[in-house]
Ligand binder design. Structure first.
Ligand code: NAI
Length: 332
């Protein structure tokens, strides 16, 4: 058995929490030889439900779970956290303005950032799932000035998986043959799923799927997939999100195999003309447990315009949280 790892999950009584925690208990998240301490952070009104999930987790009789703790206090829940998955967020409700949504979420992610800064393990890695994920990442990191920027990521592996699955369906190729897909930008409808460097086996994906499909129906299907799931299921993507979280964490720790890459939202280092300090989805590979942007990809004018449009939305969101005064002292 290796050294125990502490996982803090926020929104732990929510749908994604319920789908994720039992896969953690089965060893799927960190491997069968890594003991895990689970710390569940919930809003006070959902503490009872979270305690119920904790009872069920005990009943999983997991060989990797060391203990399960439930709290509504971020300073307690993030104490010693090695990995923090932040799924607890305020959803947009009817009639809610964007500024209200950003402010409500800053009220959640700001205090969590401050707590992470003070009590998490030195090497803590933070994955933001709760929407608006990119801007929530900006907010949480701004309140955790002592945690290096490259430890914060926003989940876009689900969008990446959606893109890969569409190419597999279109070409009939196995998923394992599809590599070098990228999702750029915001985890929103402006995201740009990009096949310009993608391959199916050893062939360029564009040769098989056609540029017209790649620039039109493909982009729309991937970017609007969340809405399609809600329309069909009457509820948002849950199990596929949990899968994406597990893959994101696995690849971050073990790197992406072969000459492939994945997608993740991270602070821009200025790569591809994305202004520094914006949390943007990029093509990434893992090095020493953090995500590094894949350098040197050519962007044609279509790709450039799509990326710029999504980055413009991210800059708008950043301006909005700046104007609300909700960024912390460590704004990057
Ligand atoms: P849910 O509504 O079932 O669960 C959210 C949970 O967060 C609730 O249990 C709620 O009590 C909790 N919560 C609220 N305020 C909190 C606080 N201050 N501290 C701790 N917990 C708090 O939602 P679900 O389905 O689990 O989704 C969670 C988030 O993930 C949503 O924001 C959703 O939009 C987002 N999401 C992101 C995806 C991505 O690819 N990045 C994909 C799918 C969902």
């Amino acid at each position: 058995m290796s050294h125990p790892l502490t996982l803090t999950l926020t929104g732990a009584a929510g749908q994604i929490g319920y789908a994720l925690l039992f896969r953690v208990a089965s060893g799927e998240a960190f491997g069968p030889d890594t003991p895990v301490r689970v710390r569940m952070l919930e809003h006070p009104r959902a503490l009872k439900a979270a305690a119920g999930v904790a009872l069920e987790l005990q009943d999983a009789a997991s060989r990797v779970l060391l203990d399960v703790d439930v709290s509504s206090d971020p300073r307690h829940a993030f104490d010693g956290a090695d990995v923090a998955v932040l799924a607890g967020a305020r959803p947009r409700t009817a009639g809610m303005e964007r500024a209200d949504l950003l402010e409500a979420n800053a009220g959640i992610f700001g205090p969590q950032g401050a707590a992470l800064n003070d009590v998490a393990a030195d090497g803590v890695q933070v994955l933001v799932v709760g929407n608006p994920a990119n801007t929530n990442t900006l907010v949480v990191a701004s309140h955790a000035p002592d945690v290096p920027a490259d430890r914060f990521t926003a989940l876009t592996r689900l969008d990446h998986n959606r893109a890969v699955a569409q190419v597999a369906q279109r070409t009939g190729a196995p998923v394992a043959d599809i590599t070098r897909v990228t999702v750029w930008g915001n985890h929103s409808r402006t995201q740009y799923p990009d096949l310009r460097h993608a391959r199916v086996g050893s062939r360029p994906a564009l040769d098989l799927v056609g540029r017209e499909w790649a620039d039109g129906p493909f982009v729309d299907t991937v970017a609007q997939r969340g809405g399609a799931i809600i329309a069909a299921r009457g509820a948002s993507s849950v199990a596929s999100t949990a899968t994406a979280v597990l893959q994101h964490e696995h690849l971050r720790r073990h790197d992406v195999p072969g000459d492939d890459w994945t997608s993740a939202g991270r602070f821009s280092d200025g790569s591809y003309g994305v202004p520094e300090g914006v949390v943007c989805s990029f093509p990434v590979v893992a090095a020493d447990g953090t995500w590094q942007v894949v350098p040197g990809l050519d962007l044609d004018t279509t790709a450039r315009a799509r990326i710029d449009a999504s980055v413009a939305e991210l800059l708008d969101e950043r301006d909005a949280v700046r104007a609300l005064g909700v960024l912390g002292p460590g704004a990057r």
